[in-house]
Structures are given as structure tokens and as C-alpha cells.
Design a protein around this ligand. Structure first.
Ligand SMILES: Nc1nc2c(ncn2[C@@H]2O[C@H](COP(=O)(O)OP(=O)(O)OP(=O)(O)O)[C@@H](O)[C@H]2O)c(=O)[nH]1
Length: 367
């Protein structure tokens, strides 16, 4: 009788189609030996733009979609990737991004200091250029220190670039770093037609930048991949545009995004004009905060080389919190070995450590 369980046979058993059923049974994935290598220069709504055969006559931009086998692994500007399928770069073609090569550095952040979710910003950067204005907007040492921690943690060499020195001399700001071995570049606009370089900001405003700072930056960036980080209005795009030439507004970016201008908030790698092959500057327009939830306290201290030696005298298990009995950092700073800026640097360190009792805004540069 129909429905009688003793009459059932295999054909009566409905097996729900297994979503994984069509996947290869073995864990051995195809090796994609034929994959071509590319450098990711930007990511926009699931489309990855890679430069392939860089520096050769065959150089081209290839747009790719990620292969499923990458799962959720983030792919970011600066990544070297393997591409299969159509990597001709011709209009309306789409390659498949199947592999991320090992990275030698990885700049990461969390959304704030308590959020453990990692957000990968840029891969394989050698340097981090921290841009602040001497005035308008006012510079914040908290922002600089936070960025220095992120750089130290990632093994990336930091450079501090202070703009708008024509508006205000940054002497007071730089006094904070007089005991830190830090590359500093001071940029200013100039009225002098002979010594200046024309540059345009993102809003189309033009500024004539003093060429000395641009030459120094060019020297520091030559042959390297550098990420640029800075608050809105500090003159970051003016600098980047001056270094990268006209790529952003013309062919380079048009070809990348298919739009007149790069409007995505994703980081964008641009080539520096008249530099060695492999010189790239990566602009990070979307980054407004730099949470340090992922950084070990020891690495926060490592970014404060002027006060860090004091930790040798700390008692075992010292957390370096203010008021912690036996914290060697206080004595080190009191002895003057971290200079006049020592007390301010120690407070800044403790704020980043989250060791101060007061609840404070954790946004980058909010103190
Ligand atoms: N006085 C002076 N003004 C500058 C200097 N550099 C840039 N500016 C001006 O500062 C304004 C902001 O410059 P941008 O390059 O757009 O700043 P940004 O940091 O890229 O800001 P967002 O585009 O909002 O991210 C523009 O009006 C520039 O012309 C400088 O050295 N001195």
C-alpha cells in the first residue's frame, strides 16, 4: 500500500541536493599553474583592478572578480594576485582572481579600539606617510601617534609629512618628536613661480607647492610602495596629485574605474611620476579612523622609542597604566631622558593603551 513504510525503496527517498555536491571531492584544488601575476591597484564593488606585466610593453589593467575558492579572504590594494581566464584587459573582459601571494606587510585596523574585527587596508606597503597640516585643520598628536603605532605594528617605515607650513610654522608640533628618530618632511605652498610646483586638490582648488618638500618626498618614496594617510583637508590629495602627475584625472584612473574620477572610498594605488619602476603611492580616501584593538600593548610601546627604555625598570607584569606602582616609564620621563616632550608622550601612549580611566572618543585624531 502506498505510504506503507515497508514498501519504500531508494526511489522514494528524496535527497536534498547538496550545495557542495558539484565541488571536487578532494581537497586538492587546481593549482592554476597558468595564472598570471598582477598587482591590485584598487577595489570597487567586488571588482578588482590589477596591473599585469607591469613595466613591460604588455602592461595592461585587468579587471577581475574573485574566485569562490578564496572564501572571504580580503584582497586589497598592494596585493599580488594570480589571475586566470581572460586577462587580456580588453574592454568588457573579466578575469578570475584565484590566488593571493604571500604579503610582506599588512596594514590593518579595527573600526575602533574595542572592535576585534580586522579590516585590512593595504598589503605589501614599505612606508606609511602620515600627513597632518600645521594648521587648518589643527594637527593632533593623537592621530600621529596612533598612525605610528599602526606602522610599527605592521613593520612599515613611517614618514611624517607636515603641510601648510606657510600658514603656521610646525615647530611646536615637531617638538613632540624631537626624541624620536622620525623622517619628517615639511611642505608649504609658495607664491614663487620659479620654485613652486602646481598641484590640484581633490576639490579642484589649486595650490603651488614649494618644490623642496616634493623633491624630498620623491627621494624618500623612490623605489618603494608608500601608503598616505591623513584627515580631510590637510592637503593630502594636493600632495598625491603633485607626486603622481595627472594620472588621477586622466587616462590612468578612467581606465581603472570607467569613470571620470576615482570616487570609490577604496584605497587607490598610483604610480609616482619620474620614479624607479615599482614606485607606488597608495591613497586611502575612505579611512577616517584607525582602531588599535588588534595591536598588542608591547607593540604600542614599541612605537614610543623615546619612552620605551623606561619599561626595563618595570615590575613583572606591569601594565604601564597610570598609577601602576613600579611602572618604570614614569621614572624615566621624570629623569628627563625622554626630553621636555616626555610627559606628553607618556600620556599619549597611555591613551592609546586605553589605560586612562576617562572615557574618551576613540576616533582617530579626536584628541
Ligand atoms: N596654504 C596652503 N594650502 C594648502 C596646502 N596644501 C593644500 N592646500 C589647500 O588645502 C585645501 C585642502 O587640500 P586637499 O588636497 O583637497 O586636502 P585633502 O587632505 O586631500 O582633503 P580631502 O580631499 O577632503 O580628503 C585645498 O584648498 C588646497 O589648495 C599648503 O601647503 N598650504
Amino acid at each position: 500500500m502506498a505510504g506503507n513504510r515497508y514498501d519504500w525503496d531508494e526511489s522514494d527517498v528524496r535527497v536534498r541536493p547538496n550545495k557542495r555536491g558539484t565541488r571536487p571531492r578532494t581537497k586538492e584544488r587546481p593549482k592554476h599553474a597558468d595564472a598570471v601575476k598582477g598587482r591590485i591597484i584598487t577595489v570597487d564593488r567586488g571588482r578588482y583592478t590589477a596591473i599585469v606585466d607591469e613595466g613591460t610593453p604588455e602592461e595592461r589593467l585587468v579587471i577581475a572578480a574573485r574566485a569562490r575558492e578564496l572564501n572571504r579572504k580580503p584582497v586589497v590594494p598592494g596585493d599580488f594576485v594570480g589571475l586566470v581566464g581572460d586577462s587580456s584587459g580588453k574592454p568588457d573582459t573579466l578575469a578570475r582572481l584565484v590566488r593571493i601571494e604571500d604579503r610582506h606587510t599588512l596594514l590593518r585596523r579595527s573600526a575602533d579600539d574595542t572592535d576585534p574585527v580586522e579590516r585590512v587596508v593595504v598589503a605589501n606597503a614599505d612606508q606609511l606617510v602620515i600627513v597632518v597640516a600645521a594648521a587648518n585643520p589643527e594637527p593632533r598628536t593623537g592621530f600621529i601617534d596612533r598612525a605610528l603605532v599602526a606602522a610599527y605594528d605592521a613593520g612599515i617605515h613611517p614618514i611624517l609629512c607636515v603641510t601648510k607650513a606657510d600658514v603656521k610654522e610646525p615647530t611646536g608640533l615637531l617638538a613632540n618628536y624631537s626624541h624620536v628618530d622620525l623622517d619628517v618632511v615639511i611642505s608649504r605652498s609658495t607664491g614663487d613661480a620659479a620654485s613652486g610646483t602646481d598641484a590640484r586638490s581633490a576639490d579642484g582648488e589649486s595650490a603651488r607647492l614649494d618644490s623642496a618638500a616634493l623633491t624630498r618626498l620623491h627621494e624618500l618614496l623612490d623605489g618603494k610602495v608608500s601608503v598616505v594617510l591623513g584627515h580631510s583637508g590637510v592637503g593630502k590629495s594636493t600632495l598625491v596629485n603633485a607626486l603622481a602627475g595627472s594620472q588621477r584625472a586622466t587616462g590612468g584612473v578612467n581606465a581603472v574605474t570607467g569613470r571620470g574620477r576615482h570616487t570609490s572610498s577604496s584605497a587607490l594605488a598610483l604610480r609616482i611620476a619620474d620614479a624607479e619602476p615599482g614606485t607606488w603611492i597608495i591613497d586611502t580616501p575612505g579611512i577616517r579612523s584607525f582602531g588599535l584593538a588588534l595591536v598588542e600593548p608591547d607593540n604600542i610601546l614599541g612605537a614610543f622609542p623615546d619612552i620605551a627604555p623606561g619599561a626595563q625598570d618595570c615590575s613583572r607584569g606591569c601594565t604601564h597604566h597610570s598609577g601602576e606602582p613600579g611602572c618604570g616609564l614614569d621614572a624615566w620621563v621624570r629623569s628627563g631622558r625622554a626630553g621636555d616632550s616626555g610627559p606628553g608622550r607618556l600620556s599619549s601612549f597611555r591613551r592609546l593603551l586605553g589605560a586612562e580611566d576617562e572615557v574618551e572618543a576613540k576616533e582617530l585624531g579626536s584628541y
